[in-house]
Write a protein that binds this ligand. Structure first.
Ligand code: GTB
Length: 220
């Protein structure tokens, strides 16, 4: 049995597209070569006391390793990156910059993307949606343009070396979806996402979460 267990949706609403946040934890564990087990939880189980003991907000993913239990993907990915080689550079300044990009992905780029996605799902039928949507588009568009400007011609956010900052940023950008017109305006970000998705560790993580969806579709 692997020493590490994460939780993920028993039935992910993304239907295997790897958009739920267990994907970033799976990818991080694959990058550093750590085996893990997955405990699948239903929506009811997520809100029950046993799961809330691990995750006060009743969400996935969680991370258990021996006596350590964590929630929040930023904290989980940082823990994995600090415990194993492969996701944070050895040089102290480069390491701090990689952590800076982790925070930038989660605190500066993810919020407008999540807001944009939530409005699309929850507010389409509301009278204010048509007025609000261009505003939400513009907030995302601005962040993407700023990010593309900084990335420039580089492969990764800090130059040549992939880090936990890139791992989180790629997963955050993927939330916009494959055919997002907003991402389409920034070809360098599309290429950046594709570089992340081409990594063997990403592919293993993606296949594992897809297998959960495929199994959930199988007739009993
Ligand atoms: N800040 C926390 C973290 O980074 O760990 C956020 C965790 C979180 O939002 N978890 C979501 C959850 O458990 C799943 S990932 N939601 C259930 C709830 O809150 O009751 C978010 C997500 C869900 C679905 C899709 N999708 O279908 O495309 C994408 C992302």
């Amino acid at each position: 049995m692997p020493a590490t267990t994460i939780t993920a949706f028993e039935r992910s609403p993304d239907r295997g597209r790897g958009l739920a946040r267990d994907m970033r934890v799976r990818w991080a564990l694959e990058e550093v070569g750590q085996p893990y087990g997955t405990r699948l939880v239903s929506f009811a189980q997520m809100k029950a006391p046993a799961h809330r003991a691990l995750h006060p907000f009743g969400q996935i993913p969680t991370y258990e390793e021996g006596s350590l239990a964590l929630f929040e993907t930023g904290a989980i990915v940082l823990h994995i990156a600090e415990s194993h080689a492969g996701l944070l550079p050895a040089d102290a300044h480069a390491r701090s910059r990689a952590i800076m990009w982790m925070f930038a992905a989660l605190n500066t780029v993810e919020p407008p993307i999540v807001e944009w996605g939530a409005a699309k799902i929850l507010e389409q039928d509301k009278p204010w949606y048509a007025q609000r949507q261009p505003l939400l588009d513009e907030r995302v568009r601005t962040r993407l343009a700023e990010l593309a400007q900084r990335l420039g011609e580089a492969d990764w956010l800090d130059g040549d070396t992939f880090s936990a900052g890139d791992l989180l940023m790629v997963t955050v950008l993927r939330r916009l979806g494959d055919a997002s017109p907003l991402l389409g305006e920034q070809p360098s970000l599309l290429a950046y996402i594709a570089r992340g998705e081409a990594r063997p560790a990403y592919q293993r993580a993606f296949a594992d979460q897809l297998a959960v969806f495929t199994a959930s579709q199988a007739p009993n």
